[in-house]
Ligand binder design. Structure first.
Ligand code: NAP
Length: 580
């Protein structure tokens, strides 16, 4: 039979208002109420589900969407499109769902957002840990894919090589191939195939393609060496001399685990992290609390909403630059300085018995210029172990035997790279060819714009989602949709997915084939974003971070309130688009 959205039971919002007002405190509850009630999803009501169905809008118009990636955002996109009755195929190079939670199996991997918040707004769960580990999160996404039926739409073990837009057919020809080579590591890739799609959704994430540092000699090392996101579980570290290069959020999680196994562990740190004191970081959720979440109606919903609010808008104020502030202190405003003093105090306490390490572990850049790492004391405990050595000298080269810093050769059995991802190379290595650009005359031999040549290392999109000259291409977790401290990235994915679903609605309801944003709207949006990012700690500070691309532009982060992103992504404004 026809699949239709079941009408949701009406919920009376009035009794919820005073509770929501209590949670937001002084903030304007009217502005936030609808957003909060969506996040609350009281009585399990999914207010972000599409309010339309293709059978009612354009039953006879074929519309097929290809989603690239079956991680958190790809699963969500497929679920929403299927809810709206749109034909969807998901491709994933891996053999299972989960994306980042499938690939990152390094020891100690866990979420750093309170887990009650790190979940889909409409699929709350009873979490066993305050900040669950990778295996638990992977299981959540597996269950989601099963229970929603999305799994049936996924073609696993298939990578998307690229896609080409045709103005003749108004479709994308998507080139796919059974995964092989580097992604699988077991032999040759299979036969290429072309799949036609009316729209393509990229859900490939930002933090996916490992980045190795540009050091001479990496390949020469004679022992095992690997990246945190491709952990070699077959390499036994017990008793070994292990080097870890990098100290970001990934390394901060696996270094304490490696320290317990390795004979000697040497950490090469270029930039220290600010640590957010989080005593409960590794705690289980008590059986009593689990029972409350399970048994007491709406307890879990309200608990999640309380976390949502505490983790959101309020925190960004401390990242905002005060142009009159004396930045020589290492902060960007009075509020930022107060945060800094608190965090310095914490490091002083943590390293009280090893003050000789303080110079190396206390950052000199403003808090929130980089991702703050959660800590329950494990970092100081690890760095003060007798088998752990912290090296802050710059690495000159990797050698056959180990790592060379100025004037010193360090010998190792294993090198682990916690050096992050090619975050600003959005959508690589997929090759996407759109319409010819305005500077290219239409006509024979005109190939259309190549997305990566067009971006030239400086990816931009409108609302992070749509790109001029690339019709019906929707990017999830695209340029300028990352958050640094405030909240859960799942919130952003939910906004982006609603927006793209409403774009599909706009096409189907209006009898259009395609849409892409106007250059004027796209450029004006990006100018606003750039100006605002320059006034945030992560834009103003010169510290290294994956938030900036090779041109120095902050290509990752959203600088405005979350409320604004939510408002802007309710539905596309037809005025913003060229409709074909
Ligand atoms: P990352 O933050 O980019 O960290 C890379 C690390 O490698 C940095 O410490 C960097 O130093 C260092 N590095 C790079 N090249 C180097 C070189 N030539 N010599 C010495 N050090 C070098 O990558 P990540 O740790 O994988 O984290 C990326 C993001 O993923 C995080 O910010 C977060 O958003 C997410 N994540 C979250 C969690 C979680 O807790 N849920 C866990 C892991 C990752 P510099 O700082 O000096 O560049």
């Amino acid at each position: 039979g026809r699949r239709r959205r079941v009408a949701e039971p009406p919920v009376d919002d009035e009794p919820l208002r005073p509770l929501a007002a209590h949670i937001v405190g002084d903030a304007n509850v009217d502005a936030y109420l609808d957003l909060l009630l969506e996040e609350l999803a009281p009585e399990g009501v999914d207010r972000r589900a599409p309010a339309w169905h293709k059978d009612d809008v354009a039953p006879d118009v074929p519309f097929h969407v290809v989603v690239v990636g079956a991680g958190m955002s790809g699963l969500l996109a497929a679920h929403r499109l299927a809810q709206a009755g749109v034909d969807v195929t998901v491709f994933d190079k891996n053999d299972d769902v989960g994306g980042t939670w499938l690939e990152n199996t390094y020891p100690g991997c866990r979420v750093d957002v309170p887990n009650d918040l790190y979940s889909y707004s409409f699929a709350h769960a009873v979490w066993p840990q305050r900040f669950s580990d990778q295996a638990t999160l992977l299981e959540y996404f597996r269950r989601f894919a099963e229970s929603t039926g999305v799994r049936a739409h996924i073609r696993f073990g298939t990578e998307v090589l690229g896609a080409r837009w045709s103005d003749d057919t108004q479709t994308w020809s998507v080139r796919v191939r059974p995964t092989g080579g580097e992604d699988r590591g077991d032999g040759e890739a299979g036969e290429e195939e072309t799949v036609e799609a009316n729209a393509v959704v990229s859900a490939v994430g930002q933090l996916n393609r490992p980045l190795f540092p540009d050091l001479p000699g990496i390949e020469d090392f004679s022992g095992p060496w690997f990246h945190s996101a491709r952990w070699r579980h077959d390499v036994d570290l017990t008793g070994k001399r292990v080097a870890v290069i990098g100290t970001g959020a990934s390394a901060a999680q696996f270094i304490p685990e490696v320290a317990e196994q390795a004979g000697e562990l040497t950490i090469f740190q270029r930039t220290p992290n600010w640590l957010a004191p989080t005593p409960e970081y590794h705690e289980e959720v008590t059986p009593e609390t689990q029972w409350l979440v399970e048994a007491l109606p709406e307890y879990g919903d309200w608990h999640r909403l309380w976390l949502f609010w505490r983790m959101h808008e309020g925190l960004t104020a401390a990242a905002k630059v005060d142009p009159d502030w004396d930045t020589s202190l290492g902060s960007v405003s009075l509020l930022n300085e107060m945060v800094r003093l608190g965090l310095v105090e914490y490091l002083n306490e943590q390293f009280a018995e090893r003050p000789d390490l303080l110079d190396a572990v206390v950052p000199t850049y403003p808090p929130i210029a980089k991702r703050i790492v959660r800590d329950n004391g494990v970092w100081a405990r690890t760095l003060t172990r007798p088998n752990v050595h912290l090296v802050t000298d710059a690495i000159e080269a990797v050698t056959r035997g180990g790592v060379r810093t100025a004037g010193e050769d360090h010998e190792f059995d294993v090198i682990v790279y916690g050096t992050g991802f090619q975050a600003s190379q959005f959508l690589t290595p997929m090759q996407l060819t759109g319409r010819p650009g305005p500077e290219q005359p239409l006509g024979a031999g005109n190939e259309g714009l190549d997305l990566h040549e067009h971006w030239a290392g400086d990816a931009r999109a409108y609302l992070g989602v749509t790109v001029p000259h690339f019709p019906n291409l929707f990017v999830l977790y695209g340029p300028n949709t990352n958050i640094v401290i405030n909240g859960s990235i799942i919130f952003f994915s939910e906004c982006e997915v609603r927006y793209l679903t409403e774009c599909v609605h706009l096409l189907l309801a209006g009898g259009h084939h395609a849409l892409d944003p106007t250059v004027a709207v796209h450029d004006a949006f990006n100018q606003r974003v750039d100006a605002a990012n320059a006034e945030m700690a992560w834009g103003a500070s010169s510290v290294n971070s994956w938030y900036k691309n090779a041109t120095g532009r902050v290509a990752q982060n959203w600088p405005f309130p979350l409320l604004e992103y939510w408002q802007l992504t309710q539905a596309p404004d037809p005025e913003d688009y060229e409709l074909t």
